[in-house]
Design a protein around this ligand. Structure first.
Ligand code: NAD
Length: 482
Protein backbone atom coordinates (compact mmCIF):
# COMPACT_ATOMS: atom_id res chain seq x y z
CA UNK A 1 0.00 0.00 0.00
CA UNK A 2 1.37 3.41 -1.00
CA UNK A 3 1.17 6.11 1.65
CA UNK A 4 -1.49 8.68 0.82
CA UNK A 5 -2.10 10.18 4.27
CA UNK A 6 -1.16 13.60 5.63
CA UNK A 7 2.47 14.74 5.27
CA UNK A 8 2.40 18.22 6.86
CA UNK A 9 2.44 19.55 10.40
CA UNK A 10 -0.97 20.19 11.96
CA UNK A 11 -0.89 23.56 13.76
CA UNK A 12 -3.85 25.76 14.72
CA UNK A 13 -6.22 23.73 12.57
CA UNK A 14 -4.07 24.11 9.43
CA UNK A 15 -1.83 21.67 7.55
CA UNK A 16 1.48 23.50 7.14
CA UNK A 17 5.05 22.81 5.99
CA UNK A 18 7.87 23.00 8.50
CA UNK A 19 9.17 26.58 8.81
CA UNK A 20 12.66 25.46 7.78
CA UNK A 21 11.30 23.21 5.01
CA UNK A 22 12.91 20.11 6.56
CA UNK A 23 11.47 16.61 6.15
CA UNK A 24 11.65 13.13 7.72
CA UNK A 25 11.88 9.98 5.58
CA UNK A 26 10.38 6.83 7.06
CA UNK A 27 11.44 3.35 6.02
CA UNK A 28 9.24 0.22 6.04
CA UNK A 29 11.21 -2.16 8.29
CA UNK A 30 9.95 -5.22 6.38
CA UNK A 31 11.03 -4.05 2.92
CA UNK A 32 13.79 -1.61 3.91
CA UNK A 33 12.28 0.79 1.34
CA UNK A 34 11.26 4.44 1.73
CA UNK A 35 7.61 4.51 2.74
CA UNK A 36 6.78 8.22 3.29
CA UNK A 37 8.28 11.69 3.58
CA UNK A 38 6.70 14.11 6.05
CA UNK A 39 7.46 17.58 7.41
CA UNK A 40 9.98 17.76 10.26
CA UNK A 41 9.17 20.31 12.95
CA UNK A 42 11.91 22.25 14.69
CA UNK A 43 11.87 24.72 17.60
CA UNK A 44 10.09 27.41 15.57
CA UNK A 45 7.25 25.06 14.63
CA UNK A 46 6.96 23.80 18.21
CA UNK A 47 6.71 27.38 19.41
CA UNK A 48 3.95 28.09 16.87
CA UNK A 49 2.07 24.97 18.02
CA UNK A 50 2.37 25.89 21.72
CA UNK A 51 1.20 29.45 20.98
CA UNK A 52 -1.82 28.13 19.08
CA UNK A 53 -2.62 25.74 21.93
CA UNK A 54 -2.16 28.55 24.46
CA UNK A 55 -4.62 30.81 22.62
CA UNK A 56 -7.12 27.94 22.37
CA UNK A 57 -6.83 27.35 26.15
CA UNK A 58 -7.47 30.97 27.14
CA UNK A 59 -10.36 31.95 29.36
CA UNK A 60 -13.29 32.77 27.06
CA UNK A 61 -11.97 30.68 24.14
CA UNK A 62 -14.40 28.36 22.35
CA UNK A 63 -12.84 25.25 23.93
CA UNK A 64 -12.62 26.68 27.44
CA UNK A 65 -16.24 27.91 27.28
CA UNK A 66 -17.65 24.72 25.83
CA UNK A 67 -20.02 22.84 28.16
CA UNK A 68 -18.63 19.58 29.49
CA UNK A 69 -21.27 17.40 27.80
CA UNK A 70 -20.53 19.00 24.44
CA UNK A 71 -16.80 18.42 25.03
CA UNK A 72 -17.64 14.77 25.67
CA UNK A 73 -19.56 14.68 22.38
CA UNK A 74 -16.46 16.05 20.61
CA UNK A 75 -14.42 13.18 22.01
CA UNK A 76 -17.04 10.72 20.78
CA UNK A 77 -16.87 12.44 17.39
CA UNK A 78 -13.07 11.98 17.36
CA UNK A 79 -13.58 8.30 18.20
CA UNK A 80 -16.08 8.04 15.32
CA UNK A 81 -13.63 9.68 12.91
CA UNK A 82 -10.82 7.32 13.98
CA UNK A 83 -13.19 4.36 13.60
CA UNK A 84 -13.98 5.52 10.03
CA UNK A 85 -10.24 5.58 9.24
CA UNK A 86 -9.43 2.41 11.20
CA UNK A 87 -8.38 0.22 8.27
CA UNK A 88 -6.19 2.94 6.77
CA UNK A 89 -4.48 3.83 10.06
CA UNK A 90 -3.91 0.12 10.74
CA UNK A 91 -2.07 -0.39 7.44
CA UNK A 92 -0.09 2.83 7.78
CA UNK A 93 1.02 1.81 11.28
CA UNK A 94 1.96 -1.64 10.03
CA UNK A 95 4.17 -0.22 7.25
CA UNK A 96 5.66 2.53 9.41
CA UNK A 97 6.50 0.40 12.44
CA UNK A 98 6.65 -3.15 11.02
CA UNK A 99 4.04 -4.67 13.33
CA UNK A 100 1.48 -7.06 11.90
CA UNK A 101 -1.93 -5.61 10.91
CA UNK A 102 -3.49 -7.67 13.71
CA UNK A 103 -1.28 -5.89 16.25
CA UNK A 104 -1.74 -2.48 14.60
CA UNK A 105 -5.52 -3.02 14.55
CA UNK A 106 -5.51 -3.69 18.30
CA UNK A 107 -3.68 -0.39 18.81
CA UNK A 108 -6.27 1.58 16.84
CA UNK A 109 -9.14 -0.15 18.63
CA UNK A 110 -7.62 0.66 22.01
CA UNK A 111 -7.50 4.34 21.02
CA UNK A 112 -11.17 4.29 19.97
CA UNK A 113 -12.10 2.68 23.29
CA UNK A 114 -9.96 5.19 25.20
CA UNK A 115 -11.58 8.21 23.53
CA UNK A 116 -15.03 6.80 24.26
CA UNK A 117 -14.10 6.08 27.88
CA UNK A 118 -12.85 9.65 28.44
CA UNK A 119 -15.77 11.12 26.49
CA UNK A 120 -17.82 9.81 29.41
CA UNK A 121 -15.55 11.52 31.93
CA UNK A 122 -15.84 15.02 30.40
CA UNK A 123 -18.94 15.96 32.45
CA UNK A 124 -18.03 14.00 35.58
CA UNK A 125 -14.97 15.88 36.82
CA UNK A 126 -16.31 17.19 40.11
CA UNK A 127 -14.83 19.05 43.07
CA UNK A 128 -15.69 18.92 46.76
CA UNK A 129 -17.08 20.93 49.65
CA UNK A 130 -14.63 21.33 52.54
CA UNK A 131 -15.92 21.64 56.13
CA UNK A 132 -13.89 24.51 57.66
CA UNK A 133 -14.40 26.43 60.93
CA UNK A 134 -16.39 29.67 61.18
CA UNK A 135 -18.91 31.24 58.84
CA UNK A 136 -17.32 30.22 55.59
CA UNK A 137 -18.10 28.32 52.44
CA UNK A 138 -15.03 26.48 51.22
CA UNK A 139 -14.88 24.33 48.12
CA UNK A 140 -12.37 22.87 45.70
CA UNK A 141 -12.82 22.68 41.94
CA UNK A 142 -10.70 20.83 39.41
CA UNK A 143 -9.59 22.94 36.47
CA UNK A 144 -7.76 22.12 33.26
CA UNK A 145 -4.00 22.70 33.30
CA UNK A 146 -3.79 24.60 30.00
CA UNK A 147 -1.38 23.41 27.29
CA UNK A 148 -0.29 19.79 27.66
CA UNK A 149 2.57 18.23 25.67
CA UNK A 150 2.57 14.60 24.57
CA UNK A 151 5.84 12.98 23.48
CA UNK A 152 5.31 9.47 22.10
CA UNK A 153 7.65 6.57 21.25
CA UNK A 154 7.84 4.40 18.12
CA UNK A 155 6.68 1.07 19.53
CA UNK A 156 2.93 1.86 19.82
CA UNK A 157 2.91 5.19 18.01
CA UNK A 158 -0.86 5.66 17.68
CA UNK A 159 -1.97 4.14 20.95
CA UNK A 160 0.54 5.79 23.26
CA UNK A 161 -0.25 9.21 21.77
CA UNK A 162 -4.00 8.67 22.16
CA UNK A 163 -3.65 7.27 25.68
CA UNK A 164 -2.80 10.72 27.04
CA UNK A 165 -4.48 12.94 24.42
CA UNK A 166 -7.94 11.62 25.27
CA UNK A 167 -7.94 12.42 29.02
CA UNK A 168 -6.14 15.73 28.44
CA UNK A 169 -8.89 16.80 26.01
CA UNK A 170 -11.71 15.43 28.18
CA UNK A 171 -10.46 17.60 31.05
CA UNK A 172 -10.50 20.71 28.82
CA UNK A 173 -6.78 21.08 28.06
CA UNK A 174 -5.27 21.91 24.68
CA UNK A 175 -2.54 19.68 23.30
CA UNK A 176 0.68 19.47 21.30
CA UNK A 177 1.67 15.97 20.19
CA UNK A 178 5.18 15.05 19.07
CA UNK A 179 5.46 11.51 17.70
CA UNK A 180 8.77 9.72 17.24
CA UNK A 181 10.61 10.65 14.05
CA UNK A 182 10.95 6.89 13.37
CA UNK A 183 7.16 6.47 13.19
CA UNK A 184 5.57 9.88 12.60
CA UNK A 185 2.66 8.88 10.35
CA UNK A 186 -0.26 7.60 12.45
CA UNK A 187 -0.07 10.62 14.81
CA UNK A 188 -0.98 12.90 11.91
CA UNK A 189 -4.35 11.15 11.74
CA UNK A 190 -5.22 12.83 15.05
CA UNK A 191 -5.19 16.09 13.04
CA UNK A 192 -7.62 14.60 10.54
CA UNK A 193 -9.84 13.26 13.33
CA UNK A 194 -9.85 16.62 15.15
CA UNK A 195 -10.84 18.37 11.91
CA UNK A 196 -13.59 15.89 11.23
CA UNK A 197 -14.91 16.13 14.80
CA UNK A 198 -15.08 19.94 14.70
CA UNK A 199 -12.57 20.37 17.52
CA UNK A 200 -11.73 24.11 17.64
CA UNK A 201 -8.47 25.21 15.98
CA UNK A 202 -5.40 25.01 18.19
CA UNK A 203 -6.82 22.40 20.59
CA UNK A 204 -4.97 19.53 18.87
CA UNK A 205 -1.57 20.18 17.25
CA UNK A 206 0.75 17.53 15.79
CA UNK A 207 4.45 18.22 15.19
CA UNK A 208 6.60 15.25 14.11
CA UNK A 209 10.28 15.96 14.69
CA UNK A 210 13.47 14.76 16.30
CA UNK A 211 13.76 14.21 20.03
CA UNK A 212 16.73 16.49 20.55
CA UNK A 213 15.09 19.25 18.43
CA UNK A 214 11.30 19.35 18.59
CA UNK A 215 11.04 17.04 21.64
CA UNK A 216 13.39 18.99 23.84
CA UNK A 217 11.93 22.32 22.65
CA UNK A 218 8.48 21.11 23.69
CA UNK A 219 9.51 19.75 27.09
CA UNK A 220 11.34 22.98 27.98
CA UNK A 221 8.76 25.39 26.54
CA UNK A 222 7.52 27.85 29.19
CA UNK A 223 4.02 27.81 27.67
CA UNK A 224 3.57 24.09 28.41
CA UNK A 225 1.88 23.20 31.72
CA UNK A 226 2.37 19.43 31.67
CA UNK A 227 4.47 16.92 29.72
CA UNK A 228 3.43 13.32 29.21
CA UNK A 229 6.49 11.47 28.02
CA UNK A 230 6.48 7.82 26.96
CA UNK A 231 9.89 6.44 26.07
CA UNK A 232 13.18 5.26 27.47
CA UNK A 233 14.25 5.88 31.06
CA UNK A 234 17.38 7.66 29.85
CA UNK A 235 15.45 10.24 27.79
CA UNK A 236 12.74 10.44 30.46
CA UNK A 237 15.33 11.81 32.89
CA UNK A 238 16.32 14.49 30.34
CA UNK A 239 12.68 15.41 29.77
CA UNK A 240 12.15 15.72 33.52
CA UNK A 241 15.19 18.04 33.73
CA UNK A 242 13.95 20.10 30.75
CA UNK A 243 10.49 20.42 32.27
CA UNK A 244 12.00 21.38 35.64
CA UNK A 245 13.32 24.61 34.09
CA UNK A 246 9.74 25.93 34.18
CA UNK A 247 8.51 23.77 37.09
CA UNK A 248 6.32 21.95 34.55
CA UNK A 249 4.65 18.76 35.77
CA UNK A 250 5.47 15.44 34.14
CA UNK A 251 3.96 12.03 33.67
CA UNK A 252 6.72 9.60 32.71
CA UNK A 253 6.00 6.18 31.22
CA UNK A 254 9.42 4.56 30.87
CA UNK A 255 11.12 1.19 30.49
CA UNK A 256 10.54 -2.17 32.10
CA UNK A 257 11.98 -5.63 32.71
CA UNK A 258 8.76 -7.46 33.50
CA UNK A 259 8.93 -10.73 35.46
CA UNK A 260 6.47 -13.55 34.86
CA UNK A 261 6.51 -15.68 38.02
CA UNK A 262 5.38 -19.26 37.41
CA UNK A 263 4.58 -21.20 40.61
CA UNK A 264 4.64 -25.02 40.47
CA UNK A 265 0.83 -25.34 40.58
CA UNK A 266 0.33 -23.18 37.45
CA UNK A 267 -1.59 -24.32 34.38
CA UNK A 268 1.52 -24.66 32.22
CA UNK A 269 -0.28 -24.61 28.87
CA UNK A 270 -1.99 -21.33 29.72
CA UNK A 271 1.27 -19.96 31.11
CA UNK A 272 3.23 -20.92 27.97
CA UNK A 273 0.64 -19.20 25.78
CA UNK A 274 0.61 -16.00 27.88
CA UNK A 275 4.36 -15.83 28.33
CA UNK A 276 4.95 -16.36 24.59
CA UNK A 277 2.48 -13.56 23.81
CA UNK A 278 3.95 -11.32 26.51
CA UNK A 279 7.44 -11.35 25.04
CA UNK A 280 6.98 -11.90 21.29
CA UNK A 281 3.98 -9.65 20.58
CA UNK A 282 5.13 -6.49 18.75
CA UNK A 283 8.48 -8.30 18.28
CA UNK A 284 9.11 -7.80 21.99
CA UNK A 285 9.25 -4.03 21.59
CA UNK A 286 7.08 -3.34 24.62
CA UNK A 287 7.79 -1.46 27.84
CA UNK A 288 5.72 -4.05 29.68
CA UNK A 289 7.19 -7.08 27.90
CA UNK A 290 7.45 -10.11 30.17
CA UNK A 291 11.14 -10.34 29.39
CA UNK A 292 12.12 -12.29 32.52
CA UNK A 293 10.55 -15.69 33.08
CA UNK A 294 10.96 -16.64 36.76
CA UNK A 295 9.96 -20.28 36.90
CA UNK A 296 9.94 -22.83 39.71
CA UNK A 297 12.67 -25.44 39.14
CA UNK A 298 10.17 -28.35 39.33
CA UNK A 299 8.29 -27.17 36.22
CA UNK A 300 11.01 -25.23 34.40
CA UNK A 301 11.97 -27.86 31.77
CA UNK A 302 8.36 -28.64 30.86
CA UNK A 303 7.35 -24.97 30.58
CA UNK A 304 10.42 -23.91 28.60
CA UNK A 305 9.82 -26.74 26.13
CA UNK A 306 6.25 -25.53 25.56
CA UNK A 307 7.39 -21.92 25.04
CA UNK A 308 10.19 -22.97 22.68
CA UNK A 309 7.71 -24.99 20.60
CA UNK A 310 5.49 -21.94 20.27
CA UNK A 311 8.44 -19.64 19.52
CA UNK A 312 9.78 -21.90 16.78
CA UNK A 313 6.40 -22.12 15.09
CA UNK A 314 5.69 -18.36 15.11
CA UNK A 315 5.43 -17.23 11.46
CA UNK A 316 7.50 -14.11 10.82
CA UNK A 317 6.38 -11.71 8.11
CA UNK A 318 5.55 -8.21 7.01
CA UNK A 319 2.37 -6.19 7.35
CA UNK A 320 0.99 -7.42 4.03
CA UNK A 321 1.50 -11.08 4.91
CA UNK A 322 -1.77 -12.44 6.33
CA UNK A 323 -0.11 -15.40 8.05
CA UNK A 324 2.50 -13.36 9.90
CA UNK A 325 2.30 -13.43 13.69
CA UNK A 326 5.49 -11.47 14.37
CA UNK A 327 6.96 -8.60 12.36
CA UNK A 328 10.47 -7.19 12.07
CA UNK A 329 12.03 -4.92 14.68
CA UNK A 330 11.78 -1.23 13.87
CA UNK A 331 15.19 -0.50 12.27
CA UNK A 332 18.52 -1.97 11.29
CA UNK A 333 20.34 -0.29 14.16
CA UNK A 334 17.78 -1.61 16.65
CA UNK A 335 18.20 -5.11 15.18
CA UNK A 336 21.98 -4.83 15.74
CA UNK A 337 21.36 -3.79 19.37
CA UNK A 338 19.08 -6.78 20.01
CA UNK A 339 21.59 -9.23 18.45
CA UNK A 340 24.36 -7.67 20.55
CA UNK A 341 22.35 -8.35 23.71
CA UNK A 342 21.95 -12.01 22.70
CA UNK A 343 25.69 -12.42 22.29
CA UNK A 344 26.36 -10.61 25.59
CA UNK A 345 23.97 -13.13 27.18
CA UNK A 346 25.86 -16.07 25.69
CA UNK A 347 29.22 -14.62 26.76
CA UNK A 348 27.93 -14.26 30.33
CA UNK A 349 26.81 -17.91 30.42
CA UNK A 350 23.27 -18.06 28.99
CA UNK A 351 22.24 -20.87 26.62
CA UNK A 352 20.24 -20.16 23.45
CA UNK A 353 17.29 -22.58 23.63
CA UNK A 354 15.83 -21.25 20.36
CA UNK A 355 16.25 -18.33 17.97
CA UNK A 356 19.42 -16.41 18.68
CA UNK A 357 19.79 -14.62 15.35
CA UNK A 358 18.13 -13.15 12.28
CA UNK A 359 15.65 -15.01 10.08
CA UNK A 360 17.93 -16.24 7.28
CA UNK A 361 14.95 -17.12 5.09
CA UNK A 362 14.09 -13.45 4.61
CA UNK A 363 15.73 -11.46 1.80
CA UNK A 364 14.81 -8.10 3.30
CA UNK A 365 13.68 -6.74 6.65
CA UNK A 366 14.95 -6.60 10.20
CA UNK A 367 13.59 -9.94 11.37
CA UNK A 368 15.03 -11.31 14.63
CA UNK A 369 13.86 -14.85 15.44
CA UNK A 370 11.96 -15.32 18.70
CA UNK A 371 14.74 -16.12 21.17
CA UNK A 372 14.67 -17.97 24.49
CA UNK A 373 17.75 -17.81 26.73
CA UNK A 374 18.05 -20.37 29.55
CA UNK A 375 20.67 -20.65 32.34
CA UNK A 376 20.21 -16.95 33.05
CA UNK A 377 20.87 -15.50 36.49
CA UNK A 378 19.35 -12.24 37.67
CA UNK A 379 22.69 -10.43 37.72
CA UNK A 380 23.37 -10.97 34.00
CA UNK A 381 23.00 -8.06 31.58
CA UNK A 382 20.10 -9.78 29.78
CA UNK A 383 18.19 -9.94 33.07
CA UNK A 384 18.87 -6.37 34.15
CA UNK A 385 18.68 -4.24 31.01
CA UNK A 386 15.69 -3.65 28.76
CA UNK A 387 16.49 -5.38 25.44
CA UNK A 388 13.29 -4.20 23.75
CA UNK A 389 13.26 -7.11 21.33
CA UNK A 390 12.01 -10.73 21.08
CA UNK A 391 14.32 -12.17 23.75
CA UNK A 392 13.09 -14.08 26.82
CA UNK A 393 15.49 -14.68 29.72
CA UNK A 394 14.65 -17.74 31.85
CA UNK A 395 15.63 -17.73 35.53
CA UNK A 396 14.80 -20.63 37.88
CA UNK A 397 13.88 -20.38 41.56
CA UNK A 398 13.27 -22.93 44.29
CA UNK A 399 10.73 -21.21 46.58
CA UNK A 400 8.18 -18.39 46.40
CA UNK A 401 10.18 -16.10 48.68
CA UNK A 402 13.12 -16.30 46.29
CA UNK A 403 10.80 -15.56 43.34
CA UNK A 404 9.54 -12.37 45.01
CA UNK A 405 13.10 -11.25 45.73
CA UNK A 406 14.19 -11.91 42.15
CA UNK A 407 11.17 -10.08 40.75
CA UNK A 408 11.80 -7.01 42.93
CA UNK A 409 15.55 -7.04 42.29
CA UNK A 410 15.34 -4.79 39.22
CA UNK A 411 15.71 -1.07 38.54
CA UNK A 412 12.26 -1.23 36.92
CA UNK A 413 8.73 -1.80 38.27
CA UNK A 414 6.11 -1.67 35.51
CA UNK A 415 4.09 -4.90 35.09
CA UNK A 416 4.65 -8.26 36.83
CA UNK A 417 2.83 -11.51 36.07
CA UNK A 418 1.92 -14.40 38.41
CA UNK A 419 0.85 -17.85 37.20
CA UNK A 420 -0.79 -20.07 39.82
CA UNK A 421 -4.07 -21.85 40.47
CA UNK A 422 -3.97 -20.84 44.14
CA UNK A 423 -5.95 -17.67 44.75
CA UNK A 424 -4.43 -17.00 48.18
CA UNK A 425 -0.92 -17.46 46.81
CA UNK A 426 -1.68 -15.01 43.99
CA UNK A 427 -2.87 -12.37 46.48
CA UNK A 428 0.11 -12.91 48.78
CA UNK A 429 2.65 -12.58 45.97
CA UNK A 430 0.86 -9.61 44.32
CA UNK A 431 0.95 -7.80 47.65
CA UNK A 432 4.74 -8.17 47.85
CA UNK A 433 5.60 -7.02 44.33
CA UNK A 434 7.05 -3.54 43.94
CA UNK A 435 5.32 -2.95 40.60
CA UNK A 436 2.75 -0.46 39.32
CA UNK A 437 0.71 -3.29 37.80
CA UNK A 438 0.33 -7.00 38.55
CA UNK A 439 -1.54 -9.48 36.36
CA UNK A 440 -2.53 -13.01 37.42
CA UNK A 441 -2.93 -15.80 34.85
CA UNK A 442 -2.81 -13.52 31.79
CA UNK A 443 -0.08 -11.25 30.43
CA UNK A 444 0.07 -8.46 29.44
CA UNK A 445 -3.27 -6.77 29.87
CA UNK A 446 -4.61 -3.28 30.44
CA UNK A 447 -7.84 -1.39 29.85
CA UNK A 448 -8.73 2.31 29.38
CA UNK A 449 -10.50 2.03 32.76
CA UNK A 450 -7.41 0.90 34.73
CA UNK A 451 -4.34 2.87 35.82
CA UNK A 452 -1.18 2.25 33.82
CA UNK A 453 2.30 3.08 35.06
CA UNK A 454 5.27 1.94 37.05
CA UNK A 455 7.38 2.31 40.15
CA UNK A 456 11.14 3.02 40.42
CA UNK A 457 12.74 3.82 37.05
CA UNK A 458 9.67 2.70 35.12
CA UNK A 459 8.15 6.09 35.59
CA UNK A 460 6.26 8.71 37.48
CA UNK A 461 2.50 9.24 37.62
CA UNK A 462 -0.21 7.14 36.03
CA UNK A 463 -2.13 7.12 32.78
CA UNK A 464 -5.60 5.74 32.03
CA UNK A 465 -8.55 5.37 34.38
CA UNK A 466 -9.55 8.01 36.89
CA UNK A 467 -5.86 8.57 37.70
CA UNK A 468 -5.37 10.39 34.38
CA UNK A 469 -8.21 12.79 35.23
CA UNK A 470 -6.16 13.82 38.28
CA UNK A 471 -3.00 14.17 36.17
CA UNK A 472 -4.73 16.50 33.69
CA UNK A 473 -6.54 18.75 36.16
CA UNK A 474 -5.41 20.93 39.05
CA UNK A 475 -7.19 21.71 42.28
CA UNK A 476 -8.35 25.25 42.97
CA UNK A 477 -9.59 26.05 46.46
CA UNK A 478 -12.12 28.84 46.94
CA UNK A 479 -12.88 30.20 50.40
CA UNK A 480 -15.83 32.56 50.98
CA UNK A 481 -16.28 34.42 54.24
CA UNK A 482 -20.05 34.72 54.55
P1 NAD B 1 12.99 7.28 23.21
O1 NAD B 1 13.16 7.65 24.63
O2 NAD B 1 14.18 7.18 22.36
O3 NAD B 1 12.00 8.32 22.47
C1 NAD B 1 10.69 8.56 22.91
C2 NAD B 1 10.23 9.91 22.38
O4 NAD B 1 11.03 10.93 22.96
C3 NAD B 1 10.38 10.07 20.86
O5 NAD B 1 9.32 10.85 20.37
C4 NAD B 1 11.69 10.85 20.74
O6 NAD B 1 11.79 11.59 19.55
C5 NAD B 1 11.59 11.75 21.95
N1 NAD B 1 12.86 12.29 22.45
C6 NAD B 1 14.12 11.80 22.27
N2 NAD B 1 15.01 12.61 22.86
C7 NAD B 1 14.31 13.62 23.45
C8 NAD B 1 14.67 14.74 24.23
N3 NAD B 1 15.93 15.01 24.55
N4 NAD B 1 13.68 15.56 24.67
C9 NAD B 1 12.39 15.30 24.38
N5 NAD B 1 11.99 14.25 23.63
C10 NAD B 1 12.94 13.41 23.18
O7 NAD B 1 12.14 5.93 23.24
P2 NAD B 1 11.77 5.00 22.02
O8 NAD B 1 13.02 4.33 21.58
O9 NAD B 1 10.95 5.75 21.03
O10 NAD B 1 10.78 3.96 22.73
C11 NAD B 1 11.24 2.87 23.42
C12 NAD B 1 11.25 3.12 24.92
O11 NAD B 1 9.99 3.56 25.34
C13 NAD B 1 11.53 1.86 25.72
O12 NAD B 1 12.43 2.14 26.76
C14 NAD B 1 10.17 1.49 26.28
O13 NAD B 1 10.21 0.73 27.45
C15 NAD B 1 9.57 2.83 26.49
N6 NAD B 1 8.11 2.73 26.52
C16 NAD B 1 7.45 2.89 27.71
C17 NAD B 1 6.07 2.75 27.78
C18 NAD B 1 5.30 2.89 29.07
O14 NAD B 1 4.08 3.09 29.02
N7 NAD B 1 5.94 2.79 30.23
C19 NAD B 1 5.36 2.44 26.61
C20 NAD B 1 6.08 2.28 25.42
C21 NAD B 1 7.45 2.44 25.39
Amino acid sequence: MEYSGPTSLYIDGEWVDAAAGETIETVDPATEELYATVARADEEDVDAAVQAADAAAEYGSEWRSMGPSERGQKLHAMADAIEEMKDEITLVESHDNGKTPFEAGMEVQMVIDTFRYYAGWADKVTGQYNPVPGERVNFTTREPLGVTAHIAPWNYPFQLAGRSLAPALACGNTTVLKPSSQTPLSALYYGLAADEAGIPDGVVNVVPGSGSGAGSALASHPGVEHVTFTGSTEIGKQVMADAAQNVTGVTLELGGKGPNIVLPDADLDAAAKGIHYGIFMNAGQMCWAGSRLLVHEDVADELVEKIVQRAESTPLGSGIDDDARMGPVVSESHMEDVLEYISIGENEGATVACGGGVDEAKDTGYFVRPTVLTDVTNDMTVAREEIFGPVLSVIEFSDTEEAVELANDSPYGLLAGIWTQGLSKAHRVADRLDYGMVSVNEYPVTFPQTPFGGTKQSGHGREQGEEAVREFTQAKNVNINI
